[in-house]
Design a protein around this ligand. Structure first.
Ligand code: PLP
Length: 397
């Protein structure tokens, strides 16, 4: 089917599997079955309307970080009550839009943000804005530095020692109710230990908040970040994640909120790209593809590893002479090639030093694990059009 999709939609094209999203959702909700919980899909991971439709039909809410994501989520049919609005730099206009839409939960990141929100609510005569506090629990995660968010000294969350004073301010305000405390400690986390440690800190915080007279909490939010298997290390098992965070819900008696993105869609998508040329320079062998860093930034931005496979060799009507597979790197490991894109940057690549013997001009390649932070992070850099997106559901696409 992938070759058929590439022939009809052209390349580069992202292809997503609805069934793969459904089975990840089933694994997660199955593991958390013992505790009352609600899943808010993190829209930033993949905000394609087709994907959002699959997610909404599974009964999930939406975790959004901008007015644009709010607009997309509304268009996909999510109801505002089932949305959580996160983000360290929500603009006054975005907060006003969220208040007007009656978003289910606005997660505060600072006292200054609350002052802005309270003023907006006051202008509108609102007294019932539901807010949470995103706490910075000061936990270390073993993931790429750019995707760590739960350590003290980072821009994210309210430091532990500032949470009670902020909660008191919310309580004293006439505009808002504090209904949740939460965290989001990073992304592509493959170890459950930081979740356990963050959840323990949140649990202690709930006790302190109740002692301080804050009796309005209804939920605790442990964020997203569950790591997946990209072919180089095992992902986080849903059961291990559940074992780490379920005690928080049991000890506090609060509804557990989670905000997974990558876990649901990462391995539900591939990026299809066609090989344009082969070339050799300075002892390196290159396979040049029609997808590059503007389509898929993760390799260039995070040095992320994505498995690459040959889907099919050149179609008969591909208007270029077939060349032989590259012989291999001079002085390097035999048969290894760099798969590079067309963008005018040396850091523009999809994979380095790969054994890919069928990657001849015209061949169709699949970059695996491209369902999360793929299209969403793509750009028009070099004034290139963006890739198409295709959703496969059963036998239809
Ligand atoms: N929640 C928040 C607040 C986030 O910032 C993110 C992403 O960074 C997520 C959830 C989803 O993360 P992931 O896709 O790693 O699950």
């Amino acid at each position: 089917m992938l070759a058929r999709i590439a022939a009809q939609a052209g390349t580069p094209v992202f292809v997503y599997s609805a069934d793969a999203i459904r089975s990840q959702h089933a694994a997660l909700t199955g593991a958390l079955a013992a505790v009352p919980h609600r899943v808010h899909y993190s829209v930033k991971a993949n905000s394609s309307l087709g994907v959002l439709d699959v997610v909404r039909r599974l009964g999930m809410g939406a975790d959004i970080v901008s007015a644009g994501e709010l607009a997309r989520a509304l268009r996909a049919g999510f109801v505002p009550e089932h949305m959580v609005f996160s983000g360290v730099g929500k603009t006054p206009a975005e907060l006003a839009t969220a208040v007007d839409a009656r978003i289910g939960l606005i997660n505060l990141e600072s006292e200054a943000e609350f002052a802005t929100l309270a003023a907006i609510a006051r202008d509108r005569g609102r007294r019932d804005v539901a807010v949470g506090i995103r706490v910075n629990p000061d936990v270390t995660t073993d993931t790429h530095p750019y995707t760590q968010t739960g350590k003290a000294g980072m821009k994210f969350g309210v430091p532990l020692d500032q949470v009670i004073p902020l909660a008191q301010r919310v309580k004293e305000s006439a505009q808002a109710r504090l209904v949740s405390v939460g965290m989001h400690i990073g992304s592509q986390i493959t170890d459950s230990a930081p979740y356990r440690s963050g959840a323990e800190k949140l649990s202690g915080l709930v006790v302190q908040l109740r002692r301080a007279g804050i009796g309005s909490l209804v939920s605790v939010d442990v964020g997203g970040g569950l790591g997946i298997d990209y072919g180089c290390e095992p992902g986080l098992e849903a059961a291990a994640f559940a074992n780490a965070v379920a005690p928080l819900a049991q000890q506090t008696g609060l509804l557990l909120l989670i905000e997974p993105g990558r876990f649901l869609v990462g391995n539900a998508g591939v990026l299809l790209t066609r090989v344009l040329y082969q070339k050799r320079s300075g002892g390196r062998e290159f396979v040049v593809t029609d997808a590059g860093m503007n389509d898929f930034m993760r390799p260039s931005l995070y040095r992320a590893y994505h498995e690459i496979q040959v889907v099919s060799e050149a179609p008969l009507d591909f208007a270029r002479p077939r060349s032989t597979p590259l012989a291999g790197r001079e002085g390097g490991a035999e048969g290894l090639v760099d798969i590079v894109g067309p963008n005018c940057e040396s850091g523009d690549y999809l994979g380095l030093e790969r054994a890919l013997p069928g990657a001849v001009p015209g061949a169709l390649l699949a970059v695996l694990g491209a369902g999360a932070y793929g299209f969403g992070m793509s750009s028009h850099y070099n004034s290139r059009p963006r890739a198409a997106e295709v959703l496969v559901d059963g036998r239809r696409f």
